[in-house]
Design a protein around this ligand. Structure first.
Ligand SMILES: Nc1ncnc2c1ncn2[C@@H]1O[C@H](COP(=O)(O)OP(=O)(O)OP(=O)(O)O)[C@@H](O)[C@H]1O
Length: 280
């Protein structure tokens, strides 16, 4: 007997509908998001791009469950953000902008911290899991007992990434993942992220001001302006959208240089070069 074929409803990882974010200030109300919509499917690397103060970081925090929108609907894997999955693990891992490691903890203690907080597993198992993650981000066990103060900027990002991945979240949020890194460390961190995205089948939502990182990693770009997502699509599609912010951001000198670098890469290396996907 054949089973009825069901539509694939499992593809949605993030579903945001009718989102409003309004802050009260001494000068009155500040509307940051006005009826914003965003839909992200499994396996995407979606980058949020927008001018300063357009609410990119606030949106990441809402997906993570650290902040509630004023109005509207945010769902991550069919659940309210911040809830644990059926297995008790976190659905979302986040790499904060400056790594945000605990300075009094060793590298391994930092990576293990979220698992230890759960108070479900014995110490030896937690230590082992943290060592596996340390290796996964390209750092050897000789770094396990170091203090964050003894690490380079690139290593701090890697340790923070290992911590974000400790509970094997299917969704990873990255806030300015390459900010503060020199070009070499930045390229190497992008290589690591690209590899992990592929190997772990992660869905990634990223905020970046760095156009090289943007073009290097994104499978889709969403542009925030006028308090909403004005366009989403592959790089070519977004760049062709007529809006003053897009023109200034992508077609100024900085954007032109990053685009040229993108075109110089061998075909197949850069996901942003793939055929345009329909904006959602
Ligand atoms: N808790 C808060 N209370 C009041 N206003 C806030 C709060 N959090 C954020 N804002 C305001 O919301 C706006 C959006 O902030 P957000 O940090 O998300 O911007 P952003 O797009 O990430 O900007 P940038 O690219 O400069 O980091 C800003 O004007 C900020 O001052």
């Amino acid at each position: 007997m054949s089973m009825p074929v069901r539509p694939d409803t499992d593809a949605t990882v993030v579903d945001i509908r009718g989102l409003w974010t309004v802050f009260q200030s001494a000068d009155g109300e500040q509307v940051v998001h006005r009826d914003l919509q965003l839909h992200i499917d499994r396996g995407e690397v979606l980058s949020l791009v927008g001018g300063s103060g357009t609410g990119k970081t606030v949106l990441l925090r809402q997906i993570l469950g650290l902040e509630k929108p004023t109005r509207g609907h945010v769902e991550v894997l069919g659940q309210e953000p911040g809830e644990l999955s059926a297995s008790g693990a976190a659905n979302v891992g986040m790499l904060f902008q400056h790594g945000a490691l605990f300075s009094a903890f060793s590298v391994l203690e930092n990576i293990a911290f979220p698992l230890r907080e759960l108070k479900l597993l014995p110490d030896e198992l937690i230590r082992h899991a943290a060592l596996v993650k340390l290796q996964m981000v390209g750092l050897g066990p000789q770094h396990a007992n170091k203090s964050p103060a003894d690490l380079s900027g690139g290593m701090i990002k890697r340790v923070a990434l290992a911590r974000a991945l400790i509970m094997d979240p299917p969704l990873l949020l990255l806030d300015e993942p390459t900010a503060g890194l020199d070009p070499e460390a930045s390229d190497s961190f992008c290589d690591l992220l690209r590899g992990l995205h592929r190997e772990l089948g992660l869905t990634v939502v990223m905020v970046t001001h760095d156009l090289d990182t943007l073009f290097d990693l994104s499978t889709r770009i969403a542009v925030l302006a006028d308090q909403k997502v004005i366009v989403t699509g592959a790089a070519r599609e977004v760049i062709a959208y007529p809006h003053p912010f897009i023109h200034e951001y992508f077609l100024g000198g900085r954007g032109q240089r990053a685009l040229e670098a993108l075109h110089d890469k061998p075909a197949g290396q850069s996901p942003a070069q793939q055929a345009p996907a329909a904006g959602r």
